[in-house]
Design a binder for this molecule. Structure first.
Ligand code: GLU
Length: 441
């Protein structure tokens, strides 16, 4: 059985790049009738905030994503301590007292000597007396994982065969001097304990994967399969996460973007397959194919999302929109007919509220040069009830009486009935109008 997880750090709002990672993992699990975990990586208590935990849950639910279980790293500290003890006992976790200044100096010296600026393991040559002295000074160590010299290799689900030489990577710090466990260790312990089979994450984690594979081995745990998707970029090629606050899901939701448009777009951009609207997240999951994605960065285009969103609105049948329409006050016996008349012209579902108000109350503002024409036209308005043929019959009669045609004929009449110069097809919309004679012009 496939078991995946999405592991956000609750230090900010989710943006489209995070959602893409979440969707990949969720869809992988859903497609394989698997299991999907939402894990909050919140060991950094200085930066993690409860309001972000709640916002992340709300954003995921908004796109229709659900999860089988939830975990929080802050509640699992004793598990990390147990793992750290095992690594210490195996000689793989060693204490270091280097200060940031000392480390920076050493890095510079190595660079100047043409060597990779990795940690030189000076702490490993401290004698027992050195350590005792440092401890007596009241200094607390941070702890590094001693990498094995064997190359770290795996077959990546997106990038293909990978091989990283440990000599190019510093022994990672797993525990800081304040005792806080770092993500690199916690994630391995969690993935092992929750029996995660597949991890999909951004290409910025490739080096972490190399290191974490060694930690899995040191803990005698079976590693998951890893896949690293390329990162989304903004229009100028800038990393999305760097563009402050922009493309947060909360902003897209406030703008009226359809969640299913976002799902459809993120499930396909960067892959060899065309973006196509989907009726549900389950449908997107059914034919999700990780193997179709490439290694090149992917440009995220907000206008493409907006166009897709309008397409989704227009394709949404009344049954699927009814709850959201009711929340806008659009309900009752003619709501379905109203929706079908209005939706072909809408960009956002919430814009239907305006049209509903017009259907209920009528509205118009007639230009002075059209006043006489409109008065004549209203005199020719057929009695109710109106049907789909009324608009044509009426405009034909007005044309015969006034000699106006084309836009000069249709636009003032549309305006007289709806208060707008454009909008839904009038033949479909006219039967829905309650008080077409209510005018304010
Ligand atoms: N909390 C990590 C992040 O947001 C998780 C990375 C992972 O999936 O392992 O980058």
């Amino acid at each position: 059985m496939i078991r995946t997880r999405f592991a956000p750090s609750p230090t900010g709002l989710l943006h489209v790049g995070n959602l893409r990672t979440a969707l990949f993992n969720a869809m992988l699990a859903r497609r394989g009738a698997g299991w999907f975990l939402l894990r909050f990586d919140d060991t950094d208590d200085a930066r993690s905030e409860e309001r972000f935990v709640e916002a992340i849950r709300a954003d995921l639910r908004w796109v229709g994503l659900d999860w089988d279980a939830e975990a929080r790293q802050s509640a699992r500290l004793s598990d990390y301590e147990t793992a750290a003890e095992r690594l210490r006992a195996a000689g793989r976790l060693y204490p270091c007292w280097d200060t940031p200044e000392e480390l920076e100096l050493a890095r510079r010296a190595r660079r100047a000597a043409g060597r990779p600026p990795v940690y030189d393991r000076r702490a490993l040559s401290l004698t027992a007396a050195d350590r005792a002295r440092l401890e007596a000074e009241g200094r607390r160590p941070h702890w590094r994982f001693r990498l094995d010299p064997e190359p770290m290799a795996w077959v990546d689900g997106v990038l293909g065969p990978q091989r990283i030489d440990p000599a190019s990577v510093s022994d990672p710090v797993l525990i800081r001097e304040d005792g806080r466990f770092l993500y690199t260790l916690c994630s391995v312990v969690d993935d092992a304990d929750f029996a995660i089979t597949d991890v999909v994450r951004g290409a910025d984690h490739v080096t972490n994967t190399a290191v974490q594979l060694q930690i899995f081995a040191a803990l005698d745990a079976a590693p998951p399969r890893f896949a690293h998707h390329s990162l989304l970029t903004g229009p100028g090629g800038a990393a999305l996460s760097k563009r402050e606050g922009s493309l947060a899901l909360a902003d897209l939701r406030a703008e009226g973007i359809e969640p299913l448009a976002l799902v459809a777009l993120l499930a396909r951009i960067g892959s060899s397959r065309d973006v196509a609207p989907v009726a549900s997240l389950a449908e997107a999951a059914e034919d999700f194919d990780l193997g179709a994605f490439g290694a090149a960065p992917v440009a995220f285009d907000l206008d493409q999302l907006r166009r897709l969103s309008a397409q989704v609105v227009r394709a949404t049948p009344f049954g699927a929109a009814a709850d959201r329409l009711a929340a806008l006050g659009i309900a009752g016996p003619k709501a379905a007919a109203f929706w079908d008349a209005a939706r072909p012209n809408l960009d956002r579902l919430t814009d239907a509220a305006d049209w509903w108000r017009i259907a209920e109350d009528g509205a118009s503002a007639i230009a002075p040069e059209d006043a006489a024409f409109v008065a004549t036209a209203l005199g020719l308005l057929p009695p109710k009830p109106w049907d789909a043929a009324t608009w044509k019959a009426w405009t034909d009669a007005v044309k015969a009486a006034t000699g106006r045609k084309g836009a000069a004929l249709h636009r003032p009449l549309r305006r007289a009935l709806t208060g707008r110069d454009s909008g839904p097809d009038m033949a479909a919309f006219m039967p829905l109008l309650e008080r077409p004679d209510a005018r304010n012009g």
